[in-house]
Design a protein around this ligand. Sequence first.
Ligand code: PLP
Length: 424
Amino acid sequence: MKRDDIIFDLIDREKERQISGIELIASENFASEQVMAAMGSVLTNKYAEGLPGKRYYGGCEVVDEVENLAIERLKELFGAAWANVQPHSGAQANAAVMLAVLKPGDKILGFDLSHGGHLTHGSPVNFSGKLYKPTFYGVEQETGLIDFDKVVETARKEKPQLIIAGASAYSREWDYKKLRAVADEIGALLMADISHPSGLIAKGKLDDPIKHCHIVTTTTHKTLRGPRGGVIMMGEDFENPWGLKTPKGKTRMMSSLLDSGVFPGTQGGPLEHVIAAKAIAFGEALTPEYDAYTTQVQKNAQEMAKHFLAKGYKIISGGTDNHMMLIDLRSKNLTGKIAENTLIKADITINKNMVPFDDKSPFVTSGMRVGTAAVTTRGLKEADMGKIVDFIDRVLMNHENDAEIANVKEEINAWMRQFPLFKA
Ligand code: PLP
């Protein structure tokens, strides 16, 4: 077969883009070469519907070993008692959980998308808002923080079947303990979607949801630095609260319901090449090097926040506990759309983002979200964060001056080439 030069040339162009720019999209990272090699391996050829040891296809002996290793490493990493590593993405993991634990029309309580939540936590354009009845909590306007006492009040009033903790753009700690107490009080299940900070949580840099939540989901490609994908975990397996029985009359455990939520509930064959890459990433995350990486991600975020504040930018909640921050650009007379479109001309990638109580549309927005997971993988340290903020400020303060933006781009391209793209 002829090599598909068109596509490989595009891949080379994308590699060049990644090497020469500053990547600040909070949900992105650079996976290691061995993680990528596993994704491009012969495991992509294998069908393996079912679970290790219980497949609907023959020839699964090898992929069974791969998937068992992924499960065991993930359990070790988070101190989980049970895990399913098959979800193709974070959205798929959440869909599988909801299919397993809810009936259509049941009520869910999640973090408002316009305050930093995720589509799969009840947005009307997503399955979660179409199949279930969504209710929301948000942040306080004055502080930018979630008031967990108010979330408890909302939970008592709304009595949802499922409470969801977790966000795409919230830079502070979560009070999982308080949420579990109210979940128990009203007979709800508590799920934490830790897609963004999961790498920091795995290394004990943030509060541990596994101890408090019935179910935890995460993507594997953000701070966790693995392949694109999702997983579901539990701190302990427990009997389902709905009294569902197996055909032999035994009570079905939650793990069994969740496994069925993934397959056959919402997916077909698992992506064993991606599961192998997940196993590698979990192995990497178990090392002291990754522990040091997560410490650096957090330090870099705190340092970056300091520099933004020093230049008069408004950070929602005034700072960050994790790897990201949300910046309200209204005090600089800019929109998220202008910031995103201008910064990209200098090879700085961020994303425009709604800020809480935003007066602009999701296509324009008043904010930008930035994160340090990717630049930290490239080897940048605290001392580099001031330089990045200087570049951003120069571009934004000269957003109509193409010559100055071109100067910044040239400096950035020369600087970033010193930092390898992939971890050895
Ligand atoms: N949950 C949260 C909190 C997220 O931030 C994201 C992605 O940004 C997802 C779920 C969905 O992950 P995926 O894009 O892998 O479906």
